[in-house]
Design a protein around this ligand. Structure first.
Ligand code: MG
Length: 472
């Protein structure tokens, strides 16, 4: 069936389900992994990790092959997803420290409007389950940003390491090396209360899943938004008993197979409650794989480099949208970004995204519904407060790079490098010398974007530095 005919069919079945729907607005579920690589799912070419639930989700849904996380590291990536703005605009990027740490006093500014707050215009029930990493002090927790409740860890699972604990990285040459969660003094939080410290990370993916399923069950009669941000497969890796030692890929495979199980639990719950045709589910990642952790890091597949870099491996993430009866199944080879969820969800729920500030969010609903193309034809690659690369159509120009396996090392380029991402997905062949006109065009485009973001700097600059300040 061709795509147009298919979307007509989907539209008709949508009309049928709309008659029986409990409410007009779709529910939204965002399943957001941490450091999952472009090449880590079977549907994106992985030969050794078994992901049957995600395979089915991709068959029934839409596989997006050119979908970008807002930033190549945790804190800014999350800020971009929730606000529809490049993190340079909301202060959630720092040259000094990169991400928020347990001794940081700051977090996502109150003035920022999140997707959860926008959906509150229509009384959505909203839940943040999993890793937050946008400020762990009470004034920055999810409940201050439109979420009804929070259950999860407030920053990365490798932070607050106990003094004298073994060097995790040293063990990661062994794909089955298993860490001790007691080495990482990370709290598990229920709203503002620390209920466990250190969090038993062996069962953390399982417990997030149970909490997510309970939230769906409790809200089956009203519209809801579930933000399920897994803290895996960010190192240190942990899997529950049921999955440990099972995957031929080693512990990293065990972890992904447990996440796959978790996706199955969420989708099965939606099917069981007959909410599958009333819900749009997105599965994606906050950035690429953390390559320095050897076999405990994932794979970017054919893409160059990984987390922390502005190569495609750092920011192009494996993405599946699922919405039976609403979204025609297929492969979408158009551009999209987590930054676009704000405009897209606002459009699909008939709520209003903020108009009183500069937004970077495109409404992807024409591409999702099969009625048109994605309006996104550009992407700006930021890194710790610097614009390092720009893409327009298939062309991408790099101004500065990071080392593939150790992204804290900056590589100053003597002249910009140009890649054609359709002909050269691995960014292996610099063609700047033979395309000076494209180099000039993209250089100007980047300059315009720098100017467009610079005016948010004077007010943000002050906010930016305290946000990452040491607490003491
Ligand atoms: Mg991450």
């Amino acid at each position: 069936m061709n795509r147009k005919l298919l979307s007509l069919f989907v539209l008709l079945s949508g009309v049928v389900s709309a008659v029986t729907a409990k409410h007009h607005e779709p529910n939204f579920v965002v399943i957001f992994c941490d450091d999952l690589g472009y090449g880590d799912l079977r549907s994106f070419g992985n030969p050794t990790i078994k992901t049957p639930h995600l395979d089915r989700m991709a068959e029934e849904g839409q596989k997006w092959t050119q979908f970008y996380s807002a930033d190549p590291i945790c804190t800014p990536s999350r800020a971009g997803l929730l606000t529809g703005r490049y993190p340079i605009r909301n202060g959630m990027t720092s040259a000094a420290r990169g991400v928020l740490f347990p001794d940081s006093s700051g977090g996502l500014p109150q003035e920022e409007v999140t997707i959860a707050e926008v959906l509150k215009q229509k009384d959505y029930a909203t839940a943040a389950v999993g890793k937050w990493h946008l400020g762990h002090l009470p004034q920055h927790l999810p409940m201050t940003q439109g979420f009804d409740f929070y259950y999860g860890i407030p920053y990365s699972n490798d932070m607050a390491k106990i003094k004298g604990a073994p060097n995790y990285r040293a063990g990661t040459g062994d794909p089955d090396y298993y860490p001790d969660f007691n080495d990482f003094d990370v709290p598990l939080m229920d709203n503002e209360t620390e209920i466990e410290k250190p969090a038993d990370q062996n069962t953390i993916s399982k417990r997030y899943t149970e909490r997510a399923v309970k939230f769906i069950e409790e809200n089956q009669e009203n519209p809801f938004f579930l933000y399920l941000a897994h803290s895996m497969p960010h190192i240190p890796l942990f899997a529950s008993e049921q999955f440990r030692g099972k995957s031929i890929r080693g512990l990293y495979g065990d972890v992904i197979e447990e996440i796959d199980w978790s996706v199955g639990q969420v989708l099965d719950t939606l099917r069981r409650l007959k909410l599958d045709t009333e819900t749009i589910v997105l599965f994606t990642s906050d950035n690429g794989p953390w390559l320095v952790f050897n076999t405990h890091g994932g794979s970017a597949g054919p893409l160059r480099a990984g987390k922390g870099t502005n190569f495609e491996g750092g920011q192009r993430v494996p993405t599946i949208f699922w919405g039976p009866g609403r979204l025609p199944p297929g492969v979408v080879d158009q551009m999209g970004s987590t930054i676009d969820l704000m405009a897209t969800f606002a459009s699909l729920s008939e709520t209003k995204a903020p108009t009183d500030r500069k937004m970077d969010s495109y409404d992807l609903s024409p591409a999702l519904l099969g009625t048109g193309d994605s309006p996104r034809n550009e992407f700006f690659y930021w890194n710790t407060g610097e614009l390092n690369a720009v893409r327009a159509g298939p062309w991408k120009l790099h101004f500065e790079q990071r080392e593939a396996r150790n992204y804290s090392r900056r590589i100053k380029l003597e002249k910009p490098e140009l890649y054609h991402l359709e002909k050269d997905i691995s960014e292996a062949h610099d063609v700047a010398d033979t395309h000076p006109d494209i180099v000039e065009y993209l250089t100007q485009k980047a300059e315009m974007h720098r100017r467009h973001t610079a005016d948010s700097l004077p007010e943000q600059l002050g906010a930016r530095i305290p946000n990452f300040q040491y607490r003491r």
